[in-house]
Design a protein around this ligand. Structure first.
Ligand code: ATP
Ligand code: MG
Length: 649
């Protein structure tokens, strides 16, 4: 494993002055943040009252069996009741929960009371299929309201769901079903993507030849012909549609399993992360309120797929526990045209947009002329998650989407953390593009060196979480040994996130990228994030990925892959190499820069540097099962072969 060593945050680390984010009135107040820092358990004790319990907890945390935490000990609750019924009981049944927009242009509006009926019907239907508390249910759906309904129906029954992203193959689906032992699968005939109907049911049929599946519940979305197995397959409309809209929610223990979510697979084989009920709901609800700054009349649009943890925590559980109104969009940003997202923002008056750097960089590549054609003045907060947002992309997002008015929050967290962990806080923190700033209230983090000692200002090391937090993973499903080993052994009982980080002179935290991706050039440790951000700061570059490739003289050398902005004239490679050298220093100058049309990304949109490293070193590429588009790799391999002969040194 490579270890990051001293690192100075780039010049962009100085806050924007005058401080921009102070201008807004936000939910979270400084006093509360300070109080939480003083006594985090008292803070979480108080935050627990954000949700409804059938039985209150007797203790906030039991950590005696570390690293297995029990949060809100003895508390009982029903998560679906919290996300739906209680809003209806409070007289808010007519409030819109979702404005759904299908890719072909069809729309549906779901109020909380309508949603309550649907969730109850689906829970009754699952019951009729024999699903009981504790049984796992796999969900393999496009981004349609039934995905949310299915998740909440499972939660209502205490049947942990595992949502598998609709873009995954039959093999990926089968391996997840096998790992978690689900016997019921909820799917659709298909969904719409890039203007065409893409089938889902065939993948379930194929998975069923590999693993045992008792029942398949099928939503009709595209109307395409599907194969049918009588007795096993059931149409949603026939089975769910005929059930009673009444279902009494049962309260479960705070530690009752809520879902298993497989990680993105950026660094290797995906891990089945287990989340439980009470702590997870408290932290997602608290952060949706305090970090996304949700208010009653807001319209939130989190663009993640529900197949990822971001969709779980910031479409389904956190916002719905707050009774929020949201946009749910099925398709891609460029269908039928590149202004689709901005058209939706304008139409529904979206106030908070929460998306991923990969999307922002794509919009940068397309140019600002596209969003300029729409009225985006309803936006008051912009969020980013999934990878670090390069300072240049942060500024572009704020300027061209946020009209230079909105705070941009760069939120660092993981499937494992369940909820946001590091972020600037709207209304409180000064924005530093590229920085993750500090922890959310009630969370304690540190940056430590190899020996586990805290690093000082201007130094770098490993990001660790020093105290348990409510939404933390409870284990890796079926692999508790991997759970202990991956996260808890490296730094003696503190949680090791696997990411490198630095503290700047103000004590603020900068995430530097995966520890496994850190490069070592002539004995100097270099951060992928920093070099990529330098490349993206060049006016011709929209996106960049760098890796360390074996080098006879320097140990490792920097190899960069860049995607150019469409409007820009192609710069010469030497100019880009020089640009990095002048932004960071000669040591960071890439040995090779390759302009490419696409980068290999996971289905959740993260750059898979380990595959790029394989390409740069011209060896067989590793496990690519979570790769979004396999043809990208073939293309890159060809480019690399062609370019190597002419490589500049
Ligand atoms: P795997 O664990 O299977 O390799 P993964 O780590 O990509 O996949 P996720 O849980 O989806 O799976 O992603 C969490 C990781 O994403 C973090 O550890 C971090 O590397 C990166 N990340 C997420 N948000 C940010 C952010 N705001 N800034 C920097 N990195 C981020
Ligand atoms: Mg990870």
């Amino acid at each position: 494993m490579n270890h990051p060593t001293p690192y100075t945050p780039p010049a962009a680390a100085s806050p924007i002055r005058p401080p921009l984010d102070f201008a807004i009135e936000a939910n979270l107040q400084t006093e509360e943040v300070l109080r939480a820092a003083d006594d985090r358990l008292a803070y979480w004790d108080q935050e627990a009252s954000r949700i409804s319990w059938q039985q209150p907890h007797t203790r906030v945390l039991d950590w005696s069996d570390a690293p297995h935490a029990r949060w809100f000990v003895d508390g009982t609750l029903n998560v679906a009741y919290n996300c739906v019924d209680r809003h209806v009981e409070a007289g808010r049944g007519d409030k819109v929960a979702f404005h759904f927009v299908g890719e072909p242009g069809d729309t549906r509006t779901l109020t909380y009371s309508r949603l309550k009926d649907e969730v109850c019907r689906a829970a009754n239907a699952l019951n009729a299929l024999g699903v009981e508390a504790g049984d796992r249910v796999a969900i393999y759906l496009p981004m349609i309201p039934e995905a949310v309904i299915a998740m909440l129906a499972c939660a209502r029954l205490g049947a942990p769901h595992t949502v598998v992203f609709g873009g995954f193959s039959a093999d990926a689906l089968a391996s997840r079903i096998e790992d978690c032992g689900a016997r019921v699968v909820i799917t659709a005939d298909g969904g719409y993507r890039r203007g065409v109907a893409s089938a889902l049911k065939p993948a379930v049929d194929e998975a069923a030849t590999k693993v045992e599946i008792d029942h398949v519940l099928v939503v009709r979305r595209t109307g395409e012909q599907v194969d049918w197995v009588d007795g096993r397959d059931h149409w949603w409309t026939e089975l769910v549609g005929t059930q009673s809209p009444v279902h009494a929610p049962q309260a479960f223990d705070a530690e009752h399993p809520l879902f298993i979510m497989y990680t993105s697979g950026t660094t290797g084989r995906p891990k089945g992360i287990l989340h439980t009920s009470g702590g997870y709901l408290v932290q997602t609800a608290a952060t949706a309120w305090g970090v996304l700054d949700l208010r009653d009349d807001d319209v939130l649009w989190c663009t993640a797929d529900v197949g990822w943890v971001t969709g779980h925590s910031y479409i389904v559980y956190g916002p719905m526990a707050n009774g929020a109104t949201q946009v749910l969009y099925e398709g891609t940003p460029d269908t039928p045209h590149r202004g689709r997202w901005w058209e939706i923002v304008e139409r529904y008056g979206v106030t908070q947009l929460y998306t991923a750097p990969t999307a922002i960089r794509t919009f940068m590549k397309w140019g600002e002329k596209v969003p300029e054609q729409y009225d985006l003045s309803s936006l008051r907060l912009l969020g980013s998650v999934g990878e670090s947002i390069n300072p240049e992309a942060h500024r572009w997002y704020r300027r061209h989407i946020g009209g230079d008015r909105t705070p941009v929050i760069d939120t660092w967290w993981q499937t494992e953390t369940g909820a946001q962990m590091l972020t600037p806080i709207p209304g409180i923190t000064e924005a530093k593009p590229g920085a993750a700033h500090g922890p959310v209230p009630g969370v304690s983090v540190d940056v430590v060196d190899d020996a586990g000692e805290s690093v000082g200002p201007g130094e770098s090391g490993y990001l660790v979480i020093t105290e348990p937090w409510p939404a933390m993973l409870r284990t890796i499903w079926n692999d508790d040994a991997r759970f202990r080993e991956t996260y808890w052994e490296r730094f003696g009982g503190r949680y090791f996130a696997g990411d490198g980080a630095a503290r700047d002179q103000d004590g603020d935290i900068w995430v530097l990228g995966r520890v496994d991706d850190v490069m070592n050039v002539s004995g100097h440790r270099l951060s992928t994030t920093e070099i990529e951000s330098a490349l993206v700061a060049h006016p011709a570059v929209a996106e960049a990925a760098v890796v360390g490739a074996d080098d006879e003289t320097t140990g490792q050398a920097v190899v960069a892959f860049v995607i150019l902005r469409e409007s820009a004239a192609a710069p010469d490679v030497e100019e880009l190499r020089q640009h990095v050298a002048s932004e960071i220093g000669p040591i960071a100058k890439p040995r090779q820069v390759l302009a490419v049309p696409e980068l290999p990304k996971t289905r959740s949109g993260k750059i898979m540097r380990r595959l790029l490293r394989d390409i740069a070193e011209q060896r067989e590429v590793g496990d690519a099962t979570t790769l979004a588009d396999a043809s990208v790799i073939e293309h890159l391999v060809r480019e690399q072969r062609g370019a190597t002969a002419a490589a500049t040194r």
